[in-house]
Design a protein around this ligand. Structure first.
Ligand code: 2RA
Length: 405
């Protein structure tokens, strides 16, 4: 599965065939990124765009993450020359706004990659599995937000705040973006790991409805309107099941409830989401033996995943030391003043870029263990933003510039 099921027609569309719409060309103006990024060195025969702005293809432009991506491309420092949009045939011909311009959406085809430099994919696994390698054959670097390549040893899994140097280590020409649940916590965990040496994590996630795509959001709002203000509901076992109607992509009513399930069954009772947190954290942090146990739970929040993390380190760690590390970590905001009711909540974090961390405590029973609570917008850092950051690192590499991320 892709991180987020594409919204609307993308999910049901046909992903082959000729481009029905034109490809739009946006303005080339904007800010040249500046500032150092650790460890990113040019790799391979990429000199063709040196000095020019690279051409970007956004595949899955009409989906939930694609929509956020267009907003990011319109508001971040603009490193791109032409931006082309592609989606399923059903969405072809639509016009979307990027960098203040109307850009027509093309049907996904080999032609959209011709002469392009970088392509971002936010499409289902099976679509990425076919089209990312095709894009690479056209000389394009593919940044893929699906699960198709994340655990491929020849595909780096990159979080720019943690392992930016891995961007250039891409034998298949593909760079993978992690799952949104992993991304909601890994920037904070990575900062603590650098300082204290991470040995183990026990995670409980609180995942928003939009992690299940537009269908998840639509289902939550539909269920909300069904229960309205009915005060008798939620007081008898199973009463919601009869009232909410369609469960949508969730296995139980989400409204007035929490559902201890996200993803698909992977054996021994584990869900795919839980195993992703384990496997992806290990790969991103370069800790193949990291102990990770996760329980993934869906909650009636529209957007922004949260997680409660119990982390065990190689050295003793105090609350103050951990707060100091988190407060200065790139991409992290510390909001940890419970005396004044300050801690992150998804409703306060949604729409923002950083990983927010609060409720930092040293375990009363283990001086090497910390507990903390994180929130991260699953459509931004959890998907579109991290993809955009990776693509910007590639753009900087291709043009011989440094990236400011
Ligand atoms: C979810 N992270 O929230 C997932 C999508 N793969 O459902």
């Amino acid at each position: 599965m892709s991180d987020v099921t594409p919204a609307g027609p993308v999910g049901g569309g046909t992903w082959a065939g000729p481009a029905a719409g034109g490809t739009g060309v946006g303005p080339a103006g904007g800010v040249t990124p500046a500032g150092p990024v650790a460890g990113v060195a040019p790799a391979g025969p990429v000199g063709s765009v040196i000095g020019a702005r690279p051409t970007l293809v956004v595949v899955g432009a009409t989906g939930a993450v694609g929509t956020v991506m267009l907003d990011l491309l319109s508001t971040r420092a603009d490193v791109w020359g032409e931006i082309r949009l592609a989606a399923s045939e059903r969405s072809a011909g639509k016009t979307l706004r990027v960098r203040g311009d109307d850009v027509a959406v093309s049907a996904l085809s080999a032609e959209v990659f011709e002469g392009a430099d970088v392509a971002m994919f936010d499409v289902p696994d099976e679509v990425s599995a076919v089209w990312a390698p095709k894009a690479v054959r056209h000389g394009v670097v593919a940044v893929d937000n699906s699960g198709a390549f994340r655990m491929d040893p020849d595909v780096p899994l990159v979080v720019p705040e943690i392992n930016p140097e891995q961007v250039t280590n891409r034998p298949r020409g593909i760079i993978a973006n992690a799952n949104c649940t992993t991304l909601s916590l890994i920037v904070a965990a990575g900062a603590l790991h650098r300082e204290f040496g991470l040995l183990e994590m026990v995670v409980a996630s609180y995942q928003a409805a939009s992690g299940a795509g537009q269908a998840g959001v639509d289902t939550l709002y539909a269920q909300l309107s069904k229960v309205g203000g009915t005060r008798s509901l939620g007081q008898r076992a199973g009463d919601l099941r009869g009232v909410v109607g369609d469960f949508g992509p969730f296995p139980a009513p989400l409204v007035l409830n929490v559902v201890p399930w996200a993803g698909s069954l992977k054996g021994d009772g584990w869900s795919s989401e839980e195993l992703k947190i384990r496997n992806e954290s290990r790969k991103i942090l370069g800790l193949p033996d990291l102990k990770v146990s996760a329980t993934c739970v869906r909650v009636p929040v529209v957007t922004t995943h949260s997680a409660a993390v119990h982390a065990v380190f190689a050295t003793n760690v105090s609350r103050e030391e951990a707060q100091r590390v988190l407060a200065s970590a790139p991409g992290v905001v510390l909001a940890d003043d419970p005396d004044n009711g300050e801690f992150p909540t998804p409703a306060d974090v949604v729409g923002t870029d950083p990983t927010w961390v609060g409720r930092v405590r040293c375990s009363p029973d283990n001086p090497r263990a910390l507990d903390f609570f994180v929130c991260g917008d699953n459509l931004r850092k959890g998907a579109a933003l991290n993809t955009a950051q990776i693509a910007e690192l590639v753009a900087a590499e291709l043009t011989g510039r440094c990236s400011a991320l």
